[in-house]
Design a binder for this molecule. Structure first.
Ligand code: 6PG
Length: 238
C-alpha cells in the first residue's frame, strides 16, 4: 500500500497514528509490542511526535509493554553522533516511560561487528521466543542508492537466507554496519517505509515502478503488510 502525505509533518503524523494503532492492537492481543526502529534522519520527526506531551499520541501508547529494536545500526558506540540508537534515545526513548530492559539496542560498541550481530540475533530470539521472530512493526528508510536498513546494493548480505542479523562491510563508508536481514524483515507483521524529500524522488520512482534491482525492492513481507509512506516531495508525480 502507498500513502502520499502533503508534508514531512503530515508524514510523521500518519506514521505516528500507525504506530499507536499497531502498538495498542499488539498489546491487547499479546500483551506486548515489538518494533524495529529505522535509522537515518527521516524517522526523527516521528520519534519526537510520539514523545511530545502536547501531541495526542504519547498518552495512547502502552510504552511499558513495548520492546524496541533497531532495523540497523552503524558500527559506533551508543553515544556517537552517528548512532541510530542515540538519535532515537534523544528524540523519544529518554522522554517516555519505556522499561529500560525492553530497549534492545545493537551492542555496536563491540569492535567485532560480527560478534555484535550474532549477539543481537540472540537477543531477538530470546526476547521474542521465536527462532524466526515476527516483529509487530518494522520501520525502514530508503537511501538514494536504493538501500534500506544496511542492505546496500551489490553486497553479499542481500543473499543471506539463514542469519537474522548480519555485519556487512560497506565499502563506501569504509565501515561495517549491523543490519537485520531480508529473512527477518520479510517476516514482519507490518513493514513500513518512511521516505521524505525531493532528493528521494528518482529512487522512489525506480523502486516502486521500475524493474527489480534495488535492495528495498527485496522487502516483500511473506505474511505481513507492506506500507510505503511518502511525503509529496519524495513522490512528486505532479
Ligand atoms: C541508516 C539507515 C538507512 C536510512 C536511509 C535513509 O542507518 O542510515 O537505517 O537505511 O534509513 O539511509 O536515510 P535518511 O532518512 O537519512 O534519508
Amino acid at each position: 500500500m502507498l500513502r502520499i502525505l502533503a508534508t514531512p509533518k503530515d508524514l510523521a503524523i500518519a506514521a505516528a497514528e500507525h504506530f499507536v494503532a499497531r502498538s495498542r492492537e499488539a498489546v491487547e492481543q499479546r500483551g506486548s509490542f515489538t518494533v524495529a526502529l529505522s535509522g537515518g534522519s527521516t524517522p526523527k520527526l516521528l520519534f519526537e511526535l510520539l514523545a511530545d506531551p502536547n501531541q495526542p499520541f504519547r498518552d495512547q501508547i502502552p510504552w511499558s509493554n513495548i520492546h524496541f529494536f533497531w532495523s540497523d545500526e552503524r558500527h559506533v558506540p551508543p553515544d556517537h553522533p552517528d548512532s541510530n540508537y542515540r538519535m532515537a534515545s534523544e528524540a523519544m526513548l529518554s522522554r517516555v516511560p519505556v522499561a529500560e530492559k525492553n530497549v534492545h539496542r545493537v551492542p555496536s560498541e563491540n569492535p567485532d561487528a560480527e560478534k555484535a550481530a550474532r549477539e543481537y540475533e540472540q537477543t531477538l530470539i530470546e526476547t521474542t521466543h521465536q527462532s524466526l521472530p515476527q516483529l509487530d512493526l518494522i520501520l525502514l528508510g530508503l537511501g538514494p542508492d536504493g538501500h534500506t536498513a544496511s542492505l546496500f546494493p551489490g553486497t553479499d548480505v542481500l543473499h543471506e537466507t539463514k542469519r537474522l542479523v548480519a555485519a556487512p562491510w560497506v565499502e563506501k563508508f569504509q565501515s561495517y554496519r549491523i543490519t537485520m536481514t531480508l529473512p527477518l524483515l520479510n517476516n514482519g507483521a507490518s513493514v513500513v517505509f518512511l521516505v521524505s524529500g525531493a532528493e528521494k524522488t528518482k529512487i522512489v520512482k525506480e523502486v516502486l515502478e521500475g524493474p527489480e534491482k534495488y535492495p528495498a525492492q527485496a522487502v516483500k513481507p511473506t505474511h505481513g503488510e507492506l506500507l510505503w509512506m511518502l511525503d509529496k516531495a519524495a513522490w512528486s508525480h505532479g
